[in-house]
Ligand binder design. Structure first.
Ligand SMILES: [Zn+2]
Length: 269
């Protein structure tokens, strides 16, 4: 596997925020910060669409700083939020889906994700913050946490309210479906594990794989984490799988750590 976002890779190693980076003609990565989090940012991918407009993969953590980073990033590539036509979401975690509601409200863009994660977001949207707190505490106690520690860790309802207002998608993508990004051929690849509905996106014309959190820096594991006080912190990776004779991305990955930051440098069948 070849890492093609070189500025992103270098920034990860030096623990700085990478710049907006053009990866190909018509394709850029835009870093969106995750406040108070050691992972620091998530990369949003912006595609120039045939006929005009932009398509995004993921949107970043919902915060004013994140919104500024996203809007400034799109301005840096000559676009704006108004240009966004559609958003592909790799999975429901707040650092990927968080800003989608604000993007949709500002642009009218559609939001698409896998049905398994979509149903979870729908359920969350119908949950009160108080019920979410109680469920989260029960979840932690079920894992063995002392009740007082679980209550302190989850905190008040205000800590969870943002997670209950994430964008419920208006389009669904099953494994093998192609996204409506004119000029690109982005095939959804269902990769459950990190979340039940996690999707990678295989761009069939260029051989690029947008792996979301299916592959994470410094760890080959997938995870199931509660929606709550300790939401998932992840950085999507952008990689290329061998184009020669390959019609689909790897189903599973073997990772080797690449340097002190543990960024993956190899991932093969
Ligand atoms: Zn995640």
């Amino acid at each position: 596997m070849e890492i093609t976002g070189t500025a992103q890779h270098a920034a990860w190693q030096t623990r700085t925020l990478p710049p907006v980076e053009q990866l190909l003609e018509g394709l850029w990565s835009v870093p969106v910060p995750i406040p108070h989090n050691p992972l620091r940012y998530v990369s949003v991918y912006a595609f120039a669409l045939d006929g005009g407009g932009l398509g995004l993969i993921d949107t970043g953590w919902e915060s004013d700083a994140g919104w500024t980073a996203l809007t400034d990033g799109l301005a840096a590539i000559g676009g704006s939020i108004d240009d966004v036509r559609g958003v592909l979401v790799t999975h429901l975690h707040f650092d990927h889906l968080g800003l989608a509601a604000r993007v949709r409200a500002a642009s009218g863009a559609w939001v698409a994700m896998h049905p398994a994660d979509a149903s979870a977001v729908q359920k969350l949207s119908r949950t009160s913050a108080e019920d979410a707190v109680a469920a989260e505490i029960r979840f932690l106690i079920g894992l063995g946490a002392p009740p007082e520690e679980a209550r302190a860790d989850v905190g008040g309802a205000e800590n969870l309210s943002g997670f209950l207002r994430m964008a419920v998608p208006d389009r669904l993508l099953e494994d093998g479906d192609h996204a409506a990004f004119p000029g690109w051929s982005l095939r959804a690849v269902h990769t459950p594990g990190h979340t039940p509905g996690h999707l990678c996106f295989a761009e069939e014309r260029t051989g690029l794989l947008f792996s979301g959190d299916h592959v994470l820096p410094g760890s080959a594991r997938t995870s199931r984490a509660p929606i709550g006080a300790n939401p998932i912190r992840c950085v999507p990776s952008w990689t290329r799988w061998p184009a020669s004779g390959t019609s689909s991305p790897p189903r599973s990955c073997r990772r080797t750590n690449g340097g002190s930051a543990g960024w993956p440098t190899a991932s093969t069948r």
